[in-house]
Design a binder for this molecule. Structure first.
Ligand code: ZN
Length: 378
C-alpha cells in the first residue's frame, strides 16, 4: 500500500486516494463528487444514531462462547464485563440484533477430541442463552429471523469454525438438531473436508466428502462459510453450493496482503454468487501498518463497494477471538461509530443498512429452513 492523502471537503466527507466516495448522490464509482447531481438523500452525521438503530445489525463472527468458560477471567454474558469485547449489555449498546456465535475448536483437541470439544462448547452456548431467554432468541429458522426483526430480542446463531467434528453426514445432522446453522469448513489446517489457508501453496480443494457435506448443509438449511479456506477450496465451494455462500470474517487482500484476506478474484466471484463477506476488525487483517484504525477498516468497505458492489458487504468483527480490534472499534459497544464512518465516506442510507445487516439477512433468508421441523427439536 502506498501513502494515503486525505482530503476533507466542505461537507466533512473524507476522501482518500483510491477510495473516494461522493457525497453528492452517494453514488458508487463516482470520482467527481462536486459536480454530480444529487439523486437521493444522503444521510448526514446527525442521522447516524437513528440510522444505526433502525437498521437490523448482523455480525457474522465472534468467539465469545470461549469466554463462557471463564478463559479470560470471571465473565457473565448478561452483565457488563471487565474482560472480553462482547456481552449482552455491550451488544445492546452496539445496536447488534443478530450475532453469530462461533464454536472454535482449539488445536489441542484436533483431530480426535474435536467432536467432544464441540459438544462441550455447544452445551455452554445453550446453557448461557437459556439463562437469557427473555433477551435472546437462538436463530434456527426463518420464523426466528422474524423475531429478530420485529422484537427487541437479540438473535444468536450457532456457528462452527472448522469442520473437524464432521466425519460423516450423520454428525452434521446431529449438530443441526443441536441448532447449528453455519459451518466454516476449515480453520487454518487441513481436515477431512478441505484445506485451510495455513496449508500453504500445496493446499488442495474440497474433498469428495467435503463436497457431499456442503450439499447436505445446503439441503438442511445450514450456511456454508469459506473463511479460513484455501483459495482452491474456496472456488470448489462456489461451484458446489446451491445457496449463497458466506465468508464470515475476512477483508480485502489488495489492501492488506494477509493470507486470510480475499483476493479481488474471490471477492468478485462471491459477489456474483450473491454471497456476503463480513469485514473483520483485527488490525493485522486491516492494515500492513502497525496500528490500524477505523479509517483503515473503512477503506476496505469503500474498496470492495466500488469494485464489487455493496451487496457483498457485511460485518464480521471476530470480537473475543482477537486480542485487540482496530482503534475506534475497541469493543462491540463502539459499533455506531462504524455507521458514522460509512456516512462520512458517502454511502447512502440504503447501502449502510444493507452493509450493517441487510445483506446477511438476505443470505439467512435464502439459507435457513422455513420453520420448526421435527429435525429442529431435540
Ligand atoms: Zn477465524
Amino acid at each position: 500500500m502506498g501513502v494515503f492523502s486525505v482530503i476533507i471537503d466542505k461537507k466533512g466527507a473524507v476522501f482518500r486516494n483510491g477510495f473516494r466516495r461522493s457525497l453528492a448522490g452517494c453514488r458508487r464509482y463516482n470520482f467527481s463528487p462536486v459536480q454530480e447531481k444529487k439523486t437521493w438523500r444522503c444521510p448526514n452525521l446527525t442521522d447516524a444514531a437513528g440510522l444505526h438503530k433502525k437498521s437490523v445489525v448482523v455480525d457474522g463472527h465472534c468467539d465469545t462462547v470461549h469466554l463462557f468458560l471463564g478463559t479470560q477471567g470471571p465473565y457473565s454474558f448478561g452483565e457488563l464485563n471487565a474482560v472480553g469485547q462482547a456481552d449482552l449489555p455491550r451488544l445492546r449498546s452496539g445496536g447488534v440484533n443478530l450475532q453469530f456465535f462461533a464454536v472454535y475448536i482449539e488445536p489441542e483437541f484436533k483431530p480426535h477430541g474435536a467432536l467432544q470439544r464441540t459438544l462441550f462448547l455447544v452445551e455452554h452456548f445453550w446453557r448461557e442463552m437459556g439463562k437469557h431467554s427473555k433477551d435472546v432468541v437462538v436463530v434456527k429458522n426463518k420464523a426466528d429471523l422474524g423475531v429478530v426483526k420485529n422484537t427487541s430480542k437479540i438473535g444468536a446463531l450457532l456457528a462452527l469454525e472448522g469442520a473437524e467434528p464432521l466425519e460423516n453426514v450423520e454428525m452434521l445432522h446431529i449438530l443441526y438438531r443441536l441448532g447449528l446453522r453455519s459451518v466454516g469448513l476449515t480453520w487454518n489446517q487441513r481436515n477431512l473436508l478441505a484445506d485451510g489457508v495455513g496449508v500453504g501453496a500445496s493446499a488442495g480443494g474440497l474433498t469428495p466428502l467435503g463436497k457431499a457435506m456442503v450439499t447436505e448443509m445446503n439441503s438442511l438449511g445450514i450456511m456454508v462459510d469459506a473463511a479460513h479456506l484455501a483459495p482452491k477450496g474456496f472456488f470448489d465451494l462456489l461451484e458446489t453450493v446451491s445457496a449463497p455462500p458466506i465468508v464470515t470474517h475476512a477483508n480485502a487482500a489488495s489492501l492488506c496482503a494477509h493470507r486470510r484476506n480475499l483476493s479481488d478474484e474471490q471477492l468478485r466471484a462471491l459477489s456474483e454468487q450473491g454471497g456476503v463477506v463480513g469485514l473483520t476488525y483485527y488490525p493485522p487483517f486491516v492494515s500492513e501498518q502497525k496500528d490500524a484504525t477505523l479509517e483503515d477498516l473503512l477503506d476496505h468497505f469503500c474498496y470492495i463497494a466500488e469494485r464489487f458492489g455493496t451487496s457483498v458487504l457485511g460485518l464480521g468483527s471476530d470480537f473475543d477471538g482477537i486480542p485487540r480490534a482496530v482503534q475506534g472499534l475497541e469493543d462491540v459497544s463502539k459499533l455506531p461509530r462504524l455507521t458514522e464512518g460509512l456516512i462520512r465516506r458517502g454511502f447512502s442510507a440504503e447501502e449502510i443498512s444493507a452493509i450493517l445487516g441487510g445483506n446477511f439477512l438476505r443470505v439467512l433468508q435464502a439459507c435457513l429452513p422455513q420453520e420448526e421441523t421435527d429435525e429442529d427439536s431435540c
